[in-house]
Design a protein around this ligand. Sequence first.
Ligand code: PEP
Ligand code: MG
Length: 284
Amino acid sequence: MEKGVGLFRTEFLYMDKNSEPTEEEQFIAYKTVAEKLGEKPLVIRTLDIGGDKFLSYLDLPKEDNPFLGYRAIRLCLDRTEIFKTQLRAILRASHYGNVKIMFPMISSIQEVRNAKAIVEEIKEELRNENIPFNEDIEVGIMVEIPAVAVHSHVFAKEVDFFSIGTNDLIQYTLAVDRGGNQDIAYLYNQYHPAVLRLIQMTIENGHKEGIWVGMCGEAAGDEKLIPLLLAMGLDEFSMSSSSILKARWIISNTSKTEVKSMLDDILNLPTAEDVEKFIDENII
Ligand code: PEP
Ligand code: MG
């Protein structure tokens, strides 16, 4: 089992201060981690601000539906000076380890193309300045909006990897706020068959196009889901360190073929409760 960092959330660099972090500050932060990891992968997610995360110095608009609003890649493609500074820092750090770039909250192919075009622009800038970076750096997207999962056969042709962000994917698929709203919290469920089907579709479509598919939402560390995710062929699991030992044990002790033979039945169960019960009784 290869180790690494499947989701480096860069927001903290922006949130811990009263002004935007400079290119140099970011470069040092990314390079330090990249060097520590050596050959092991470091997936750096570009700024995922907005939604529930604010930056006082950015003067973000007040929105009625912030989770459906001006956030993450949408903001970065609009305020390109912020995005370019971050990409320069990430690309420079890529010279010192196995760095990959990941864009959050992608909903359209155009966003992928625009973001990649900016990466190319920055590469050209660095080349002209004789600053070293990894020319072959992998560029991937988070799959956290249902439209991308449904259309993943097309998205897979445009990127080097997918990472499924279940925290948001569940919220948007089930139209349930991911935190805080106690009256409807019972509806937020990672075992919902529709969520599992989107995950399966994303993995299959990624593989058909020859790219790897990981998961970086909380569900990747869910003991009951891990056997299903393995059977679906998930290539990479990114989870909080407290879940790793248990997850490793489950991964080593799961019979992929056995769970694979049950997948169709599981995905056709009517409710999330049925799925969880099935796993309790037949898998774990
Ligand atoms: C996710 O949405 O699953 C995710 C990993 O990103 P975040 O929790 O930062 O939105
Ligand atoms: Mg997210």
